[in-house]
Design a protein around this ligand. Sequence first.
Ligand code: ADP
Ligand code: MG
Length: 144
Amino acid sequence: MAQIIIETYSPKETFELAKKMGEEATGGQIFSLVGDLGVGKTVFTQGFAEGLGIEEPVNSPTFTILQVYDEGRLPFYHFDVYRIGDVEEMYEIGYEDCFFGEGVSMVEWANLIEEIMPEETIGVTIEKDVEKGFDYRRITIERP
Ligand code: ADP
Ligand code: MG
């Protein structure tokens, strides 16, 4: 397991980090995105999407678990499972076609569906540290 920690001090820095990862992403990759509400998971996703060449706005869908973006270099599957009731809902929306297809999957709140997250998932954890400032974020990336 390779782990790197990156510290950012603004939303833009988080966006740019994720954008670079989006530029380097390869088909079949699965990312989990974990961290408290308002920590920057969607900011990260937006940067990542831009790195994939997606120009349409990416937001956290309030009532849909999955948003698909086809206009980038690779298909992009953005999951936000914050409101999921049961893991069964993931099967209902056909998550397996996303995870095990040609595109890249990004799962906000992946810790809520841990039992179906594959072993090869790349973990991204975002944390605040108020002592280091309001806009400080520690981003831990774990590659299996
Ligand atoms: P989440 O999806 O984790 O609930 P969002 O990405 O929607 O969170 O919101 C993160 C909020 O935190 C935004 O308002 C953003 O501007 C702010 N923010 C402040 N500093 C940072 C940072 N270093 N990285 C990311 N977001 C930051
Ligand atoms: Mg979000």
